[in-house]
Design a protein around this ligand. Structure first.
Ligand SMILES: [Mn+2]
Length: 465
């Protein structure tokens, strides 16, 4: 394959008069009570890095990094609360923000005016050409910037291609963002728990289908009064549809949740204080022995990540096999990463850190990652269990001689006990499940009505001996 640059976008030429207008959602200010760090301080930190590296300016084209840096959010991309924009951050002086001016509300203008010079997107090529004309080194985020941007900056060795400093900084959440994540997960956990309680009642009372489940879960999230948007299209797969990893239900594929089947639901919410992402697999009627055994193997992998202790410098790739060991030992596997980084009221998939074969970024205290091993039997059923985790320093291990880190579980919702085979679990694994369920019950119960509380008490009871 030979790629050749063209001066006109061929996709523009293909579009006819039915081309939708570019999104024009207003810019929202992401307040300090959620961001925890002022945009001016973030810009100063980036500029300090540029001066230390003797680079003249940084060109940003990644929307979530620009939103993080400026403490703004938007609605230009479904489920990702970002603003389509570019930015040039000079080593000293005021940065330029290139964004459609009709998105800049009076509130946004008041917030942005002290921070940046706001310019229309059409001014970008000229600004990049001016940077090129300085002949000084310009930093460009490799891996996300377009070839056009690279060429317009002059290409060659003057363009320093490296990681985006915002990407690194935003993955390590500050104390305000961590507190926000905890609150968001309490709120979201109650909505999910109400959903799971509803589901048990509803499938007993009559047919429930995949779309009906999606609608009920979104309704319950909306009833929190805080939902901005769901964080991705809900994956709602019953029986064989659960085995399709990125399944998205349509009217044509919609299935009734049948007795003796598994139902997998992977969903999340965008709240101003945090982004959530949770998967639960639920038994509809009585599961087969094989389903329960494989669910338990997936659970063992999930617990192995949740309870891992690891030294500084550990990367996601180092931990990924922990989640697979129990499955591999039985000749079973799953073909996706174990976990991804998650934004703070930003993208539900946020790099660079991940727990996967590609997870070469070091795990650092303050990072939020998902933990979502699974197992999929094509044509039959799918299993996935997903909680979000916060990386932190752990208590020193008795007798150990190096400091260790570990995870704190953020997600709060019961894991279906009907699918757990207690005899397969070690005493430590059983203790983890019982402690997790006790915590879920204690933390969620106060905000639930009597019916949901009663359901939750049973769903979080200790495992039978
Ligand atoms: Mn996920």
């Amino acid at each position: 394959v030979l790629l050749r640059p063209v001066s006109r976008n061929p996709i523009d030429a293909v579009w006819g008069r039915d081309r939708p207008r570019a999104p024009a959602g207003p810019i929202e200010v992401h307040g300090l009570e959620h961001a925890g760090l002022a945009a001016g301080d973030k810009i100063a930190a980036v500029q300090k890095q540029l001066r230390e590296a003797r680079q003249h300016a940084l060109v940003l084209s990644t929307t979530d990094n620009i939103c993080w840096l400026l403490n703004i959010r938007g609605s230009d991309v479904a489920h990702n609360p970002v603003v389509l924009a570019h930015m040039v951050v000079p080593a000293t002086g005021k940065p330029d923000l290139f964004v459609a001016l009709d998105k800049v509300t009076a509130e946004a203008r008041a917030h942005l005016a002290p921070l940046v010079k706001t310019k229309p997107p059409e001014a970008l090529p000229e600004a990049l050409a001016a940077l090129r004309a300085t002949g000084k080194p310009i930093r460009l985020a490799s891996g996300s910037a377009s070839w056009w941007t690279f060429r317009t900056l002059g290409g060659g060795r003057r363009v320093v291609r490296g990681p985006d400093p915002c990407a690194e900084m935003k993955t390590v959440k500050n104390a305000t963002e961590i507190a926000g994540a905890r609150t968001a997960h309490l709120r979201d956990g109650r909505a999910v728990t109400r959903f799971l309680a509803w589901l048990d009642r509803a499938v007993a009372a009559g047919p429930v289908d995949e779309i009906g489940a999606v609608e009920q879960l979104e309704t319950l999230r909306r009833e929190t009064g805080s939902l901005r948007e769901i964080s991705f299209p809900t994956i709602s797969g019953s029986g064989p549809n659960g085995a399709i990893v990125h399944y998205r239900v349509t009217r044509a594929t919609n299935r009734t949740l049948g007795a003796g089947e598994l139902f997998l639901i992977d969903s999340g919410g965008q709240y101003a204080d945090g982004t959530t992402d949770i998967t639960r697999t639920v038994a509809i009627g009585t599961p087969s022995r094989e389903m329960a055994e494989r669910f338990t193997l997936v659970l063992q992998g999930m617990i192995a990540i949740s309870t891992a202790r690891f030294p500084r410098g550990t990367r996601g790739i180092d931990l990924d096999p922990f989640a697979r060991r129990a499955l591999w030992a039985r000749g079973l596997a799953y073909d996706h990463g174990t976990g991804h980084g998650v934004g703070s009221y930003l993208n539900v998939h946020e790099g660079p850190p991940s727990i996967s074969k590609a997870g070469t970024a070091e795990l650092k205290p303050g990072m939020i990652l998902s933990n979502e091993p699974g197992y999929y039997k094509a044509g039959a059923y799918g299993i996935r269990i997903e909680n979000l985790l916060l990386v932190g320093d752990a208590e020193p291990v008795e007798g150990g001689d190096c400091p260790v880190m570990g995870f704190e579980t953020l997600t709060l919702a019961p894991i279906d006990r009907r699918l757990i085979v207690p005899a397969m679990l070690s005493p430590e694994e059983r203790a983890w499940i019982d402690a997790y369920h006790a915590r879920v019950r204690t933390e969620l119960s106060p905000g639930l009505d009597r019916a949901a509380r009663t359901w939750l008490a049973a769903a979080t009871a200790r495992l039978e001996p």
